[in-house]
Design a protein around this ligand. Structure first.
Ligand code: KG4
Ligand code: ZN
Length: 323
C-alpha cells in the first residue's frame, strides 16, 4: 500500500510516498527557514503564500517515480498548525483525491510525529510512552494501541521547542533556535545554575521559569560565555524532560519509550534519554523528527487500514488536540 503524505502545518512544505507504513520511497521537504529568519520567527501570512508556491513542485518531486494509480490513499495534516498553511495542503490533497478517486484521511500533526518511529521500526509493542517535543507542544502521552492515546502531561506555558527558540534569542545565537543552542552548547559546559520546574505530583512541564532565569542572568551580565549559557540551558530543559519521561514510563509499566517532534533532533536529549532509561528507547532519525510528510503518510497508512477515511468536506483544525 503506497500512501502519499502531505504536510503544510507550519513552515515546511513536504510530500512523501511511504509503502506499508514503514518504507520511505520518497521524502521531499521545502523549508522556509531562510525566508522567516529575517523576522526571527514564522510569519503566518508569508508561510501560507510560500506553501502555495512550493506545494505542486514538491508533490511532483515526491511522485517523480510513481503514477497516481500506484497510490492507495492520501494522508494530509489537518492540525494543529497555522490555519492558512494547513488549508494549502488540505485543499491540494482533496483535489488529488477527487481527481483520482483516492481515499483521503486527515492526520493530527502530533500523531504524525509519533508515527515517525514506525518509519524505522516495524514491531513496536504497546503500551508505550511517547514524549512529543516540538515548537508548539511538550506532551507526555500513553499510547495503548494504534490511534489510542491518553495525554498524561503537557506544558503549562512554553513548549520545549519554543523555550529553545526564546533562549536562542536571549543569547543571540541565531535562528532557528533549537539547532543554534545545540551548536553553541558544544563549546561550553553546563556550569550556570538554572532552575528546574519539577511540578511534583504532575506529569506536566513548565519552561517559562528557566527561560526567565536565563534572561535575568544575561541582563545582569552574569553569563560571560554564550557557550556556557547555551549548555546550561540545554542541560536544564533536557534534565526535566528525561526525568519526567522515565518516571512516567516506569509508573505505567510500558514496553518502551518513543521520542518525537523537532526537539527530538537534539543530540543531547537523545543521548540522555537512552542513558537514563531502563526501558528500550526509540528515536527516529533526526530528519524524521522535524516536520516531514513521511510521518504523515505512515500515520495515514494505519488510519486508512482502520477504515478512518475522511470526506471531501475535510477541514482544518488549527487547535486540534491529540486526545
Ligand atoms: O516538530 P517541529 O519541526 O515543528 C513543530 O511542529 O513545531 O519542531 C520545531 C521545533 C523548533 O522549536 C526548533 O527550535 C526545535 O524544534 N528544534 C530543536 C532542534 N531542532 C529543532 N530543538 C533543540 N535541538 C535541536 N537540534
Ligand atoms: Zn511538528
Amino acid at each position: 500500500m503506497k500512501i502519499l503524505g502531505i504536510e503544510t502545518s507550519c513552515d515546511e512544505t513536504a510530500a512523501a510516498v511511504v509503502e506499508d507504513g514503514t518504507r520511505i520511497l520518497s521524502n521531499q521537504i521545502a523549508s522556509q527557514v531562510e525566508i522567516h529568519a529575517r523576522y526571527g520567527g514564522v510569519v503566518p501570512e508569508v508561510a501560507s503564500r510560500q506553501h502555495i508556491l512550493s506545494i505542486i513542485p514538491i508533490i511532483k518531486e515526491a511522485m517523480a517515480k510513481y503514477t497516481w494509480e500506484d497510490l492507495s490513499g492520501i494522508a494530509v495534516t489537518i492540525g494543529p498548525g497555522l490555519a492558512g498553511s494547513l488549508l494549502v495542503g488540505v485543499n491540494v490533497a482533496k483535489a488529488i483525491a477527487l481527481a483520482w478517486g483516492l481515499p483521503i484521511t486527515g492526520v493530527n500533526h502530533l500523531e504524525g510525529h509519533i508515527y515517525a518511529n514506525w518509519l524505522d521500526s516495524h514491531n513496536i509493542d504497546f503500551p508505550v510512552v511517547c514524549l512529543i517535543v516540538s515548537g508548539g507542544h511538550s506532551d507526555l502521552v500513553l499510547m495503548r494501541g494504534h490511534g489510542d492515546y491518553v495525554v498524561l502531561g503537557r506544558t503549562r506555558d512554553d513548549a520545549a521547542g519554543e523555550a529553545f527558540d526564546k533562549a536562542a534569542r536571549i543569547l543571540d545565537v541565531g535562528y532557528p533556535g533549537g539547532p543554534a543552542i545545540e551548536r553553541a552548547a558544544k563549546g561550553g559546559t553546563a556550569s550556570i545554575q538554572l532552575p528546574r520546574a519539577w511540578l511534583k505530583g504532575s506529569s506536566d512541564f513548565s519552561f517559562s521559569g528557566v527561560k526567565a532565569a536565563l534572561l535575568r542572568l544575561v541582563e545582569a551580565g552574569k553569563v560571560s560565555s554564550v557557550a556556557d549559557g547555551a549548555a546550561s540551558f540545554q542541560e536544564a530543559v533536557i534534565d526535566v524532560l528525561v526525568t519526567k519521561t522515565v518516571a512516567v514510563a516506569k509508573e505505567r509499566r510500558v514496553r518502551c519509550i518513543l521520542l518525537a517532534g523537532g526537539v527530538a533532533a537534539n543530540g543531547l536529549l537523545r543521548k540522555r534519554l537512552v542513558e537514563r532509561s531502563p526501558l528500550p528507547v526509540l528515536v527516529p532519525k533526526s530528519i524524521l523528527c522535524t516536520d516531514n510528510a513521511a510521518m504523515i503518510a505512515t500515520c495515514g497508512y494505519y488510519r486508512l487500514k482502520a477504515g478512518k477515511t475522511s470526506g471531501l468536506d475535510l477541514d482544518v483544525f488549527p487547535s486540534l488536540k491529540l486526545a
